[in-house]
Design a protein around this ligand. Structure first.
Ligand code: AMP
Ligand code: MG
Length: 408
């Protein structure tokens, strides 16, 4: 059986980045840039005031202090968005607001706190200025021709702001994959159907679709496929129109676990079937017509954990992301754990910080069909395959699976 690390390597080696599309910048949040963004202009475009105050010729302020103010004649009031009508002459000042372009021949701004307005046209200045004081120089942020954003970077609010600042209203990003979600099993009913004895609600399709959305991709939730060859083939054929197929159930060793065989029958090149992990050993991965196909296990938590470890990185790679793995931190284990040396375990846990350390506490209820313990989990404690004994106080790896942890 292959290891988690091997499985991830095989999967990522099969994944290609999607094509590109052009979107308006407000819709580009969290997408990945498919082009370098080069500035067509300087920013700022002209020298402008960094303060509300008085634009002056620095030399005229020589020796100014609280005890020895220098008086200037104010010739103009200059709000942001306007250009001074006059250039400054010696002994003159222009009242200037933050962001207004520097008047010709002015070379410093005295902030308003260091001045006192006089009756009529005068102002007293209490501070000596050096040329360049409180001026934002043209091009100090960036210049025409600078590459401001690199292809492959994730678009956050600041990237959108930069594109807006240079007047770029559309941008090329990588496409979002459409991902077919197919639950399989005779025991499943849709969530609004009555539950007769022996039946269970199809929760997996909803979890998986939400996980796909969380990655930024587009789920296409299909109707349940029954454990029959003809129904599976029909639904899988339909699903193969998507960019990626994610099914759940039907990949273990039971007589009705037909998914893997039907995938093969449809021409899927199977790459592997089982991974040494718990939860989630049965994971069928293959490629059909260049499209990745994941047969996830049926148990909801197995499916969720397998998605986190393998499908999420694959979808992120398809969308052009470079960093596709969840953050892993080193944490102090808060309870003893024993396990067999056969599989990597992913234990639902609560990660907290105290001082400069992370602490990881395993949760009660680790069964792969038990949904509830995942509600309080914000991490998966990763216990390496070969190791068997983990003592309270040991260092373990904790994978941050809950984005909200970042905001706590
Ligand atoms: P399987 O891998 O098909 O043998 O499924 C294992 C178990 O996972 C089933 O007995 C169900 O209890 C559960 N299961 C399978 N598919 C789903 C689903 N779509 N939603 C919720 N539970 C499921
Ligand atoms: Mg089944």
């Amino acid at each position: 059986m292959i290891t988690v690390e091997q499985a991830l390597e095989i999967i990522l080696s099969e994944i290609n980045v999607m094509g590109q599309e052009r979107v308006a910048i407000p819709f580009s949040l969290h997408r990945v840039l498919a082009e370098d963004v080069v500035s067509g202009r300087d920013n700022p475009l002209w020298d402008n005031s960094a303060m509300d105050g008085y634009a002056v010729i620095a030399e005229d302020t020589k020796g100014a202090s609280r005890d020895n103010p220098v008086t200037f004649t104010v010739t103009e009031d200059l709000p942001a968005g306007y250009v001074a009508r006059n250039s400054l002459k010696r002994g003159e000042a222009i009242r200037i607001m933050t962001g207004a372009p520097m008047p010709d021949s002015a070379d410093a701004v005295i902030m308003v706190e260091d001045t006192e307005k006089l009756q009529g046209q005068g102002v007293k200045i209490f501070k000596e200025a050096i040329a360049g004081d409180n001026i934002r120089k043209a091009g100090e942020d960036f210049k025409k021709g600078n590459t401001l954003l690199k292809r492959g970077s994730v678009i956050r609010p600041i990237e959108i702001g930069i594109m807006a600042a240079i007047g770029k209203s559309f941008v090329n990003v990588y496409q979002k994959p459409k991902v077919a979600v197919l639950a399989t099993g005779d025991e499943l009913v849709e969530i609004d159907e009555p539950l007769e004895k022996g039946k269970i609600a199809n929760s997996n399709s909803y979890i998986i679709s939400a996980q796909i959305k969380e990655c930024g991709a587009e789920p296409l939730q299909m109707r349940i496929a029954r454990d029959r060859k003809d129904d599976l083939i029909e639904k899988l054929k339909y699903a193969s129109a998507a960019d990626c197929i994610v099914s759940s159930g039907g990949v273990s060793v039971g007589d009705f676990d037909l998914v893997k065989d039907m995938l093969k029958e449809m021409g899927t090149e199977m790459r592997f079937w089982k991974v040494a992990m718990k939860p989630g050993k049965p994971l069928a991965f293959g490629v059909i017509g260049g499209k990745p196909t994941f047969g996830l296990p049926g148990n909801p938590i197995s499916s969720l954990v397998v998605f986190e470890q393998f499908v999420r990185p694959a979808l992120l790679k398809m969308m052009g992301r470079k960093a596709v793995l969840r953050r892993i931190v080193s944490a102090v284990l808060m309870e003893d754990i024993k396990k067999k040396p056969d599989r990597t375990h992913f234990v639902r846990g609560v990660l907290t910080t105290k001082g400069d350390k992370y602490y990881a506490e395993p949760l009660e209820g680790q069964g792969s069909g038990m949904l509830c313990s995942f509600v309080s989990a914000n991490c998966l404690i990763i216990l390496p395959k070969e190791e068997t004994q983990f003592k309270k106080g040991d260092r373990v790896k904790a994978q941050l699976i809950d984005n909200s942890f970042l905001y706590q």
